[in-house]
Design a protein around this ligand. Sequence first.
Ligand code: COA
Length: 195
Amino acid sequence: MELEIRKLTPALAEEYAHFFDVTPHDVNIEEQKCYCVTWRSDASYEADGNHWFPTREERREKAIRFVREGSLQGYLAFRDGEIVGWCNANGDCRRCVDYLRMFWPIPAEDAAVRVKSVFCFVIAPQMQRRGIATKLLEAVVRDAAAEGYDYVEAYANEVFSYEDHDFRGPVAMYEKCGFCRYAAQDGRVVMRKKL
Ligand SMILES: CC(C)(COP(=O)(O)OP(=O)(O)OC[C@H]1O[C@@H](n2cnc3c(N)ncnc32)[C@H](O)[C@@H]1OP(=O)(O)O)[C@@H](O)C(=O)NCCC(=O)NCCS
């Protein structure tokens, strides 16, 4: 399988939105398609307030705008020129991490510590279990190290299922990529890799 991992850039905004248009994910209800708009840089919240927008069309339009302005960040997996996977990873999402703190036990720490967070994966159903999420995660780690981050952090569930926020990937995948358990409580596990 010829797979290419590319960082999401403004030029890929339309292709990014198209991937969500045509790829079954989450509960797979057309009107609920997320376009991954929630997980984005703090600066876009200052301008826009919401983490969610009422209609699918609005979320699609916002996603394109957020990608173009660089506040929605991550990596895409291409196979034969077609997007088959997505990983949302961003180091400038304090607001999103603070939201996750309501569910995942993340201890407070020095603001000088630079953490890149992994917020979501979408792998096309027919392409799952072929190592694509792993390759996306490896790209996140590689670039975060080069960019001077101290850690990559992810928010997983002890028991992996397709329900209850498991779009952030299984603990086993993070362990295979050298992540350690940083904190755990009530079945929620924060995984971290020191760079
Ligand atoms: C969870 C998900 C990200 C995994 O992606 P993937 O490319 O299939 O994962 P990988 O092939 O890299 O698997 C890495 C490891 O994770 C674990 N793993 C992956 N899928 C698993 C599953 N369904 N059950 C148990 N373990 C699993 C395994 O340990 C696997 O290693 P192995 O295959 O050598 O055993 C993918 O299934 C997915 O995108 N699911 C849908 C998420 C979703 O709904 N997103 C939309 C949110 S709005």
